[in-house]
Design a protein around this ligand. Structure first.
Ligand code: SF4
Length: 402
């Protein structure tokens, strides 16, 4: 994993590819696609004193200089993940209402943090796994989009594409290496290499470069012939550190109880990294959601579940204190400020972006019919959902060579 998911490996692939083009062997070269997630873009924006959009364009220029063919943002994957999580929650809630034992289906626990998912698989497999949402993380949905949809559109095989993601933590490398996200026949992964914000900073420092001095290049948009009317980066309602709880709560309130404007006021319990929000009607609690960041809060939550004392319907569980904006491989504070101060600054930048409503993403709606054969199809399950395993069964695909 260390050598196969490192900046050195990525640079080796870029250089080998360039050489193939020089040698007139372009047919053997890979199509190199880089997907940029929002949290490291914001981290690098603050590091290099650029706006988020400038940062994305500079990253696009940098990766193209290295030899990337396409550089994309991950809004389409984020919106698929949000929509599928919303749908999955409502289905679980309805199933719980009909079941004799509602704790079979609820709480639903977030699935996009591999730090949390690996911990759950290793330590609390049978108790917790049935509760983790089956929806893939945005990184892995992006993997399906690139290695299935884009590969077909371009008439390529998945192994002829090298897919790099830019992420906020090292745990995303573990996620990308899971057997579930590996095509065993073709010996290729949906995400071939994960680079973190801090590794990107190291690469630039190694070459005495600054992101600010890179050419600005627009991001690519290979999903539809119709370009979105606004190509600026977008955020979603909720925190930039995870951010699913708000939209799932709003969707569930509307879908299940016809309440389109619920009060979304979180209350901190015990510490700022454990917050809860409730939807109440006539003294009855209809929805009880929580956000639990960091292992101390996760352990408390799991203990409660073990004792049958958890009354939550949904918990957004993220392994890092303060969530992904404070991810373990985000760029460290440069000016002596504390990690929490930096996270607050990143959250403010996230807040300043235009908000996107996932249901209004026309590209995603189009892809549901053109790529996935409808919202509830088998293909939808195969491309957007996954399974979890207790540690005995979990293996990682570390033997893949490019
Ligand atoms: Fe990675 Fe931390 Fe975010 Fe989990 S919370 S996905 S470990 S950055």
């Amino acid at each position: 994993l260390v050598t196969q998911q490192s900046q050195e490996e990525m640079i080796r692939v870029f250089e080998k590819n360039k050489q193939l083009h020089v040698d007139g062997k372009s047919d053997m070269a890979k199509l190199i696609v880089v997907s940029l997630s929002l949290q490291p873009i914001l981290s690098l924006a603050v590091r290099y004193n650029l706006s988020p959009d400038e940062t994305a364009h500079k990253l696009s220029g940098y990766f193209r200089m290295l030899g990337a063919d396409l550089v994309l943002d991950m809004v389409v994957a984020d919106d698929f993940a949000l929509l599928e999580n919303q749908r999955e929650f409502v289905e679980r809630y309805r199933a719980a209402e009909e079941a004799a034992n509602s704790s079979e289906f609820l709480p639903m626990l977030a699935s996009s943090c591999p730090g949390w998912v690996c911990y759950a698989e290793k330590t609390h497999g049978s108790l917790v796994i049935p509760h983790i949402a089956t929806t893939k993380s945005p990184q892995q949905i992006m993997g399906s989009l690139i290695k299935d949809h884009l590969a077909r559109e371009l008439g390529r095989t998945p192994d002829s594409i090298y897919h790099v993601t830019l992420m906020p933590c090292y745990d995303k490398k573990l996620e990308a290496s899971r057997e579930d996200f590996t095509n065993q026949q073709l010996h290729t992964r949906d995400v071939d290499c994960v680079i973190t914000a801090i590794e990107l900073e190291q690469l630039l420092q190694r070459d005495n470069q600054s992101l600010a001095s890179m050419d600005s290049v627009q991001l690519d948009f290979p999903w539809s012939k119709t370009l979105p009317s606004n190509s600026a980066l977008v955020s979603h309602q909720g925190s930039g550190s995870g951010g699913y709880a708000d939209l799932i709560f709003l969707h569930a309130a509307r879908e299940l109880f016809g309440n389109s404007h619920p009060d979304l006021q979180y209350k901190s319990l015990r510490n700022p990294d454990f917050r809860e929000v409730i939807l109440e009607q006539d003294g009855r609690i209809l929805l009880r959601f929580a956000i639990a960041n960091g292992f101390r809060n996760i352990q408390n939550l799991v203990q409660k579940m073990k004792r049958g004392k958890s009354s939550y319907h949904y918990v957004e569980v993220m392994a890092c204190p303060s969530g992904c904006l404070n991810g373990g491989a985000q760029v460290r504070p440069q000016d002596g400020s504390s990690p929490r101060e930096l996270t607050m600054r990143l959250e403010a930048v996230y807040e300043s972006l235009q908000k996107q409503v996932p249901e209004e993403n026309h590209t995603v709606q189009e892809l549901y019919s053109t790529w996935l054969e409808g919202a509830h199809s088998d293909k939808c399950v195969a491309m957007l959902h996954t399974k979890y395993h207790s540690v005995e069964k979990m293996t990682t695909a570390l033997n893949i060579k490019w």
